[in-house]
Design a protein around this ligand. Structure first.
Ligand SMILES: Nc1nc2c(ncn2[C@@H]2O[C@H](COP(=O)(O)OP(=O)(O)OP(=O)(O)O)[C@@H](O)[C@H]2O)c(=O)[nH]1
Ligand SMILES: [Mg+2]
Length: 307
């Protein structure tokens, strides 16, 4: 069976993802050959702002339009607590029941801040399996936003009217990364003020895109259609301006960097480097030590067997 056939089976897909998360780089490379160019959408915002609810609503609508949806959730501690969908109480994880939805929770396993090392690889699996729209939900720690920026074509930033800017925007640098800003929970606070404020602050990006601002009440499906339209508008922009190709490059570059960093981290945590601090205090040359570490990444230690 070739990889395309294997990826038609959700159980097999999960196994492939697990193997990749365990560092099977040959498999990662093989998968990469089959990516089709899915639309990748990062969704970020403070905890509880409604990211999962929003993704659930958008997914339901996109399913109706015939799309196949992949979802990657990064925070396993509060996974997918979304609200009502398709008229009844369906939680985000229940979307898994639909043949055309695949949801994967990832942990940040050992990595401080940010996404898992293998997030880009997992996106590639979904893409290769023909999921044409892929959402990545991130908790918004700052680092994971930088990560998702490297992978996603479009970034949705969620705000709520009940929280101050110092918590939501300035801290995480979210003003720079969003393509579409959502003021969610408009039923709970002064949403129009927030919208006005955002429209004033958000300037045209260097690439020519003017960020859009949309008001929603995700639990009640208010504003979902507007977001679907905004996503289409941005997707056209991505394709027309060459951003699509640049993003594939940045995703692959990011993936390579993550693989290298994972090995470096493993080595730095191992006993192999325990003596380096002592050696440097005793006067050994820093440059020499750094080179030695880098050589280890490329050498037998990098293969993961010994460390
Ligand atoms: N009143 C109101 N509640 C909402 C709205 N959108 C989401 N909620 C509720 O807010 C709570 C948090 O929503 P989630 O979708 O889990 O938020 P999240 O951003 O994914 O949260 P984390 O994954 O924990 O960061 C849930 O109880 C939702 O039902 C809204 O527009 N209005
Ligand atoms: Mg969530």
């Amino acid at each position: 069976m070739n990889i395309e056939e294997i990826l038609l089976d959700k159980k097999e897909m999960s196994k492939i993802m697990t193997r990749i998360e365990n560092g099977d780089e040959d498999l990662s490379s093989e998968i990469l050959k089959h990516i089709k160019g899915a639309r990748i959408i990062g969704v970020t915002g403070v905890p509880g702002s409604g990211k999962s609810t929003l993704i659930t609503k958008l997914s339901s609508r996109l399913l109706e339009k015939g799309h196949r949806i992949g979802i990657i959730g990064v925070d396993p501690s509060s996974p997918f607590s979304g609200g009502a969908v398709l008229g009844d109480r369906v939680r985000m994880k229940d979307l898994n029941r639909f043949e055309n939805v695949f949801i994967r929770s990832i942990s940040t396993r050992g990595k401080i801040g940010g996404l898992s090392y293998y997030t880009a690889d997992l996106v590639n699996v979904l893409d290769a399996a023909g999921y044409d729209t892929i959402f990545i939900e991130t908790v918004g720690t700052g680092q994971d936003e930088v990560d998702v920026f490297n992978i996603a074509h479009t970034i949705i930033v969620l705000q709520v009217p009940t929280l101050g800017d110092e918590v939501q925007i300035i801290k995480a640098g979210q003003l720079e990364i969003g393509d579409i800003y959502i003021v969610n929970k408009a039923d709970q606070g002064p949403a129009d003020e927030k919208i006005k404020e955002l429209n004033l602050i958000l300037k045209k990006r260097e690439n020519g895109w003017q960020p859009l601002v949309i008001k929603t009440v995700a639990v009640k499906n208010v504003g979902i259609e507007e977001i679907i339209n905004a996503l289409d508008e941005h997707w056209n922009f991505v394709k027309e301006t060459g951003l699509f190709k640049r993003k594939i490059n940045s995703r692959i570059k990011y993936m390579l960097k993550q693989h290298a960093l994972e090995k470096l981290d493993k080595i730095m945590e191992s006993e192999v480097v325990d003596s380096y601090a002592e050696q440097i205090i005793k006067g050994r040359n820093m440059h020499e030590i750094v080179n030695e570490i880098i050589n280890k990444v490329g050498g037998e230690y990098g293969k993961g067997g010994i460390v």
